[in-house]
Design a protein around this ligand. Structure first.
Ligand code: HEM
Length: 196
């Protein structure tokens, strides 16, 4: 709703537009109304929830000690390639991992910096005079708006790839992600399933 009011971004090669964010059909298909003020109201309500949620999440990972499974280590950047090749079925063996693999560690840490980037660039375009330091960090008003937009596209891509990975690892993993509890079948249940 906000972006539609001034939709300026496209990816171009020479004079040819490769991707236009977003064609009119996109808004029609999603039934998005042309309401800037409504969009801004929704945006600010959810942006502050996003900030509170981010602070709680980071505080939890620090105090629970979970951060040590999440932060990349020296080997992570090399191993992330091996994970990618394995996921693309190019490499047979996956590198050994703890709770999260190297690619997950990098992705789950990068998303925190993306969040900080969204808040900084958001503040820069929200009140460029009062938050001039944020605007300076983002490289100016225009740059801040581009960064704010690119980060949002980044979340959408992150979400899609993540959901595909979750579907690939199965229903049990999905249940565990939502509830925090992993359901493991007892030997009896497995035997009963096999007999049936
Ligand atoms: C507290 C944090 C945030 C503040 C203060 C903020 C502020 C703003 C402002 C003022 C605009 C209007 C820009 C314009 O008129 O061009 C905007 C647009 C937008 N914001 Fe945020 N924002 C914040 C967080 C977020 C987050 C977390 C996301 C995504 C997850 C997001 C996504 C967007 C998008 C997609 C637009 C439309 C982009 C555009 O038209 O350039 N914002 N934001």
């Amino acid at each position: 709703m906000i972006y539609w009011a001034n939709s300026v971004y496209k990816i171009k090669i020479g004079n040819t537009t490769v991707i236009n964010f977003f064609p009119k059909g996109f808004y029609k298909a999603l039934n998005v109304p042309y309401h800037l003020a409504k969009g801004m109201s929704f945006h600010f309500a959810f942006a502050w929830l996003f900030v509170i949620n981010g602070i709680l999440y980071v505080a939890y990972t620090i105090f629970s000690g979970e951060w040590c499974y999440l932060l990349p280590n020296k080997k992570s950047f090399k191993e992330a390639w091996q994970v990618l090749l394995h996921d693309l079925h190019i490499r047979k063996y996956e590198p050994s991992q703890q709770k999260y693999n190297a690619a997950q560690r990098i992705a789950y840490s990068a998303i925190i910096f993306m969040g900080i980037g969204s808040v900084l660039s958001g503040l820069a375009i929200y009140k460029p005079v009062q938050f001039s330091w944020a605007m300076f960090l983002c490289g100016g008003y225009e740059a801040a708006r581009v960064e704010h937009f690119i980060l949002t596209i980044g979340y959408v891509l992150f979400f899609l790839v993540h959901i595909i990975q979750v579907i690939k690892t199965g229903w049990n993993n999905f249940q565990a992600m939502i509830s925090g509890i992993e359901v493991i079948k007892s030997k009896k249940e497995i035997a009963a399933n096999e007999q049936a």
